[in-house]
Design a protein around this ligand. Structure first.
Ligand code: GUN
Length: 280
């Protein structure tokens, strides 16, 4: 049976450190989250972000734009960019239909872009020189490092090519001399690839699609998916029957998701510190 990569414990430690650092500050960092839908999953994510901010003593505001046109959201982003008290701004994805994601993300001041989704920041990531890093890949790297899992020369098979997880994760892994391979819904013989992997990272949102025949003995399993099984229970992309074959695995819940939120707080605190330097 593999060792659990305890995202909850690791995230709690990070949040405790942040809480102590923020307690020393007179003016606190502040995160603004823009939402555009009533989607249940997004509501849960935003609620978790709010709770985490409150826990560490960071300010939090959720601005909702459920029916306003794109131009109103762009104007709001402009105001937030110029607001001294706002350290970080994120737009919860996916957006409601009819909004231009790339254009909206481009409106965020890159120095307040704590999700690291601005095209400029994504471009910098390609050169290995971002100020922030997308939260889920950063959280995965932090978790693997915490457990001393080496990456150099490792074959890492990522399932899912999203802008949020799969693509930036390739850059993080390359920085660490791993060999990332990215797979997606059109990949032929997925199983033949995953079976060779030292590390399998799945981010498809397909409940329990990775079963034990996809995994080699001793592989590290990282599960980014979060969905519900036929009994309505929370589950990931990786079927728990795989854990026995693994050397390490992330549970769902309390794995990668917790790390993502912790990294958002870390990025927001860094944005605050950078802002302080600029205004000094
Ligand atoms: N939707 C799913 N994950 C994320 C995330 O990390 N950030 C934002 N903004 N939206 C998301």
């Amino acid at each position: 049976m593999g060792v659990i990569l305890d995202g909850k414990a690791c995230a709690t430690k990070i949040k405790e450190e942040l809480k102590n650092q923020i307690a020393e500050l007179y003016i606190k960092p502040h995160l603004v989250v823009i939402t555009t839908t009533d989607d249940e999953a997004s509501k849960v994510y935003v609620r978790n972000k709010k709770r985490a901010c409150e826990y560490v003593g960071m300010g939090f505001t959720n601005l909702e734009f459920k029916s306003e046109p794109q131009s109103h959201i762009e104007e709001a982003l402009n105001r937030l960019n110029n607001a001294k008290g706002v350290s970080g701004v994120i737009i919860q994805l996916p957006l409601r239909k009819g909004l231009d994601e790339c254009k909206l993300l481009s409106c965020i001041d890159p120095q307040k872009d704590v999700d690291n989704f601005h095209p400029l920041n994504l471009g910098l990531l390609m050169r290995g020189m971002t100020s922030f890093s997308p939260c889920t890949p950063k959280g995965i790297m932090r978790l693997l490092d915490t457990y001393g899992i080496g990456l150099e020369g490792k074959l890492c098979v990522i399932i899912g090519r999203s802008n949020i997880v799969g693509k930036p994760l390739v850059m993080e892994l390359l920085k660490r001399n791993a060999t990332p391979v990215i797979c997606h819904s059109h990949t032929k013989n997925l199983k033949d690839l995953t079976k060779q992997a030292d590390i399998v990272i799945s981010a498809t949102g397909q409940a329990k699609m990775i079963t034990s025949e996809y995994i080699k003995e001793g592989a590290v399993l990282v599960d980014v998916g979060i969905s519900r099984d036929s009994d309505g229970k929370l589950c990931g992309d990786i079927d728990p029957s795989c854990y026995e074959k693994s050397s390490y695995y992330t549970p769902v819940p309390n794995g990668v998701g917790q790390m993502t939120v912790a990294m958002l707080l870390v990025n927001c605190y860094e944005a605050y510190r950078m802002g302080e330097l600029i205004h000094e």
